[in-house]
Design a protein around this ligand. Structure first.
Ligand code: F6R
Length: 241
């Protein structure tokens, strides 16, 4: 895999946005797999600026997001649908109809997961999947486990993830405890993977995930088996590798 080092968060974000921009330029009708969380916010801001300058056109792009909290409606400001609208979709010329996020309010979550997998399949798969990395090695909400999950599924979030996510909520009790997430199989089927990491808090897990044993206890370690992975980070997150 490739490691691209940015000096700081902005530099890392510019590099990651360049990779996405290259994908969209080469293949205007591509399917982008997208992530939420703090890591890609700068990447999205950079893409918005380039879009405003007329340098990138999202009109042909379709997006599929990794995950969504169970129980939150897209209009809820803590939902991942809301996050994506606010940090990217509302500011670029992507067709809102071509932006997919799992429905956290689905009555039958199992059916919703099947629908999501089928939808990705019908789109012809994901061309470039953007990922962040959880402190415990999760990707999407594939938490450390005894096996790798294949398709989209419902998960119980771990204590550490709930705690990490509580920074976005008023009270820890408000953090949803369940989510719908693409599986490791969905992620590995993407043609290219771009993973963004920043901050010294990620340094240990970056080393474990990319240079440690491949194990479902560190879900991101499976990326070592993918043929086209680009890891983009700031100096702090890449300081141990
Ligand atoms: C978000 C997601 C999560 C985050 C991860 C890192 O859609 O799937 O796996 O990428 O929790 O989050 P941040 O970037 O906030 O450190």
């Amino acid at each position: 895999f490739r490691i691209l080092r940015g000096k700081d968060y902005d530099d890392m974000s510019r590099i990651a946005a360049n990779v996405i921009s290259a994908q969209v330029t080469l293949m205007p009708e591509c399917v982008l797999g997208l992530a939420t969380g703090s890591s890609p916010i700068g990447t999205y801001s950079q893409l918005i600026r380039w879009h405003e300058d007329g340098l990138i056109d999202f009109s042909g792009v379709t997006s599929v997001n990794l995950d969504e909290y169970v129980g939150l409606d897209g209009s809820d400001d803590q939902s991942y649908r809301y996050f994506m609208n606010r940090h990217l979709f509302d500011h670029v010329n992507i067709n809102p109809k071509n932006t997919y996020v799992p429905n956290g309010k689905a009555f039958d979550t199992k059916k919703e997961c099947e629908r999501y997998d089928q939808m990705i399949h019908n789109l012809g798969g994901i061309d470039l999947q953007l990922l962040g990395l959880g402190n415990n090695g999760h990707i999407g909400f594939n938490e450390p486990a005894d096996s790798f999950a294949k398709g989209t599924h419902q998960v119980n979030l771990t204590e550490s993830t709930i705690k990490a996510n509580s920074r976005f909520f008023d009270k820890t009790e408000d953090v949803p405890t369940q989510a719908l997430t693409m599986g490791i199989g969905n992620i590995l089927q993407a043609g290219k993977i771009l993973i963004v990491v920043n901050g010294e808090g990620k340094a240990d897990i970056v080393k474990k995930a990319f240079f440690g044993p491949i194990t479902p206890q560190v879900p991101a370690s499976i990326l070592q088996l993918h043929k086209n992975v680009t890891l983009v980070g700031d100096e702090a997150a890449l300081s141990l590798i």
